[in-house]
Design a protein around this ligand. Structure first.
Ligand code: TYM
Length: 392
């Protein structure tokens, strides 16, 4: 799918080549690519001043901000200054249930959980089963299965039931549809075509869908009348949806949502996308310890040198190393992360050793997740969206 919107941004080098749309991102993006894309999408880079604002509001800064994983935002400064003057906000993020989840999908959720804990905010989690029906060659039966599985995966991160609201689009169609049509009235075909790259042969449901993804960004004010801002964490592929939402919402009487935007966790092999059609393209949440080890040892893209001697002499480039990058995302102790970075960079750690460290970390993380997943299985209903629950 070729996005004309992206073409018109003049990013022949970055956005056309990598084709950033909510449905595909091809190729790896460098830090410079990310900065360019964010700027051209009209988002702002998170600077030290904003980082300090986050620290003072939250009491600490999440490592995903300090290590540049969440690197851009829209109107987060405004939301935080309102928060400082006593105004509440709520959080919104989501998942399209098209298959098993990989570690990359968890990044926005891990970060969102931190935000929920630090700010005690309500959280809407939208599960866009309708999106996957319209955009993928999948039957509703399969999508329902992934919906249930993915919800367990997400909840195993430990969200709070009392202020977490899971909205499955097809289950809450009555509520969502009535709001989505208000958005849809302000999106014409040519805008949808330009932003998302649709063509005449795309089904009409695709043109409508972004209206559904916009709804949770104003659902709390729409249902409760509370004037709360909305903060949406996501990886940059989802940004086009919220560009449209920010354009439309003021036209129907709501504030523009704020967002905080992350980079992509790179694919296991260093290039291409993590995709369920290639099980070796990423680490999946149900990979057992042996599978993780095998994938890491065999496929993980290394930033180390060709031989142990060269590695000892010249050191690695941790920034491009899958094992280091995943370790950095899963190890909360920043002192340990810095130590591993230094040792690997100067050659004290070899590539195989780095992979071993990351493998142990991944397995430890997945084991914990799986244990909690079984615990939340019987509690899922407590997390489901209902009007009564959001009115409380
Ligand atoms: P989905 O299911 O494709 O992805 C879920 C979330 O994971 C992010 N993501 C990644 N983050 C880091 N590294 C990766 N490799 C990676 N791959 C995906 C996505 O940006 C997303 O945040 N249409 C959406 C579902 C949705 C949504 C939302 C997402 C509905 N409302 C609001 C974010 C915010 C989708 O299909 O996401």
């Amino acid at each position: 799918m070729q996005s004309k919107f992206i073409e018109t941004l003049g990013y022949a080098d970055v956005a056309q080549e990598k084709q950033i749309t909510p449905w595909e991102v091809q190729g790896e993006l460098t830090d410079t690519d990310y900065q360019k894309v964010a700027r051209e999408f009209g988002a702002k880079i998170i600077d030290p001043e904003l980082t300090e604002m986050i620290r003072s509001a939250a009491g600490e800064v999440h490592p995903y901000i300090t290590n540049g994983t969440f690197f851009a935002h829209r109107d987060l400064d405004m939301l935080l200054s309102d928060y400082r003057s006593g105004k509440r906000f709520y959080l919104y993020t989501g998942r399209g249930p098209s298959g098993k989840m990989h570690l990359g999908h968890l990044i926005p959720f891990i970060f969102t959980k931190w935000l929920q804990d630090r700010f005690g905010a309500d959280l809407l989690i939208q599960i866009t089963d309708d999106e996957k029906f319209l955009f993928r060659d999948l039957e509703m039966e399969d999508i329902r299965k992934y919906t249930e599985e993915n919800i367990l995966d997400i909840l195993s991160l430990g969200f709070r039931p009392e202020n977490t609201h899971i909205i499955v689009d097809s289950e809450q169609a009555g509520i969502l549809y009535n709001q989505a049509i208000r958005v849809a009235r302000h999106i014409n075909v040519s805008l949808a075509r330009d932003v998302f790259g649709f063509s005449d042969s795309d089904n009409v449901g695709k043109f409508f869908f972004t209206s559904m993804q916009a709804v949770p960004a104003f659902l709390i004010p729409a249902l409760t009348g509370r004037d709360e801002r909305c903060l949406i964490p996501y990886a940059i592929d989802q940004d086009p949806h919220f560009l449209v939402a920010r354009d439309v919402l003021p036209k129907i009487g709501y504030r523009k949502p704020s967002s905080i935007i992350s980079k992509f966790m790179p694919a296991l092999k260093g290039s291409g996308k993590m995709s369920s059609s290639d099980p070796n393209s990423g680490i999946y949440l149900d990979d057992d310890p042996k599978t993780v080890r095998k994938k890491m040892m065999k496929y993980a893209f290394s930033g180390g040198r060709a031989t142990a001697e060269e590695q000892r002499k010249f050191g690695a480039v941790p920034e491009i190393d899958f094992a280091y990058n995943i370790y950095k995302l899963l190890e909360p102790d920043q002192g340990k992360v810095r130590k591993v970075y230094e040792e690997y960079r100067r050659g004290a750690l070899l590539s195989g050793e780095m992979k071993q460290i990351a493998t142990d970390k991944i397995n430890e993380f997945l084991e914990e997740l799986r244990a909690r997943r079984e615990e939340v299985r019987s509690e899922v209903d407590a997390y489901r969206f209902s009007i009564d629950k959001v009115m409380r």
